[in-house]
Write a protein that binds this ligand. Structure first.
Ligand SMILES: [Zn+2]
Length: 198
């Protein structure tokens, strides 16, 4: 028989003398751990934990991995500074998980590396034929992890390429509008490939 509490695994030891409680001991005897747990013998509910753990739970490790993934996600989704994004992610960690967190410096490295990946622009194409729109520029992330098309059309002509960036929801708006006001911005473009992109 096993009992799981906060990511710690217990094995059954014995019942209390009056039979109302079950006594469990922490499975990690290899760590000389003396932590014990009492549960209600009838409902299985936790009564109390006795003693301290000499080790971290597996749950803590899982929690840390999950937190680092949330951290990476948050770097992508927000413009928060390095310290702020870390504080926002590790603030709610359990004490066990905080004990297993990587050092602050390596968390900062995770944030910086991620931010560089996210913000690195694609190289300027030398010729029109070299122009490839990377996948992440072709999609619009309207909710974390949910994407819709953003590059709606890529038409290759003899002289010019036409790239149409929009969301379908924006096209719906246009379709339902009586008046359209149109502006041209191509005069901002300085090189040929800029014009091609705009
Ligand atoms: Zn233990």
């Amino acid at each position: 028989m096993k009992y799981v509490h906060n990511g710690f695994l217990y094995i059954f030891d014995k019942k209390s003398s009056d039979g109302s409680k079950k006594m469990w001991q922490c499975k990690r005897k290899d760590q000389q751990c003396k932590a014990r747990l009492h549960s209600n013998a009838f409902t299985g509910e936790l009564v109390r934990v006795v003693g301290n753990y000499t080790h971290d739970s597996d749950a803590a490790r899982i929690e840390v991995i999950r937190t680092v993934n949330i951290l990476k996600r948050r770097v992508t989704d927000t413009t928060e500074g390095t310290a702020q994004v870390i504080n926002n992610c590790i603030g709610n960690l359990t004490q066990a998980a905080q004990g297993q967190l990587p050092m602050l410096e390596s968390l900062k490295k995770v944030v910086r590396r991620r931010r560089n990946q996210v913000q690195a622009p694609p190289p300027m194409p030398a010729t029109l034929q070299d122009l490839r729109i990377p996948q992440e520029y072709q999609l619009y992330e309207y909710q974390p992890g949910l994407f819709e098309p953003f590059l709606l059309a890529a038409l290759e002509g003899q002289m010019d390429n036409i790239l149409l960036f929009s969301r379908n929801t924006n096209l719906d708006l246009l379709e339902r509008s009586k008046k359209w006001y149109i502006d041209g911005v191509t005069h901002f473009a300085t090189t040929k490939s800029d014009r091609d992109v705009i």
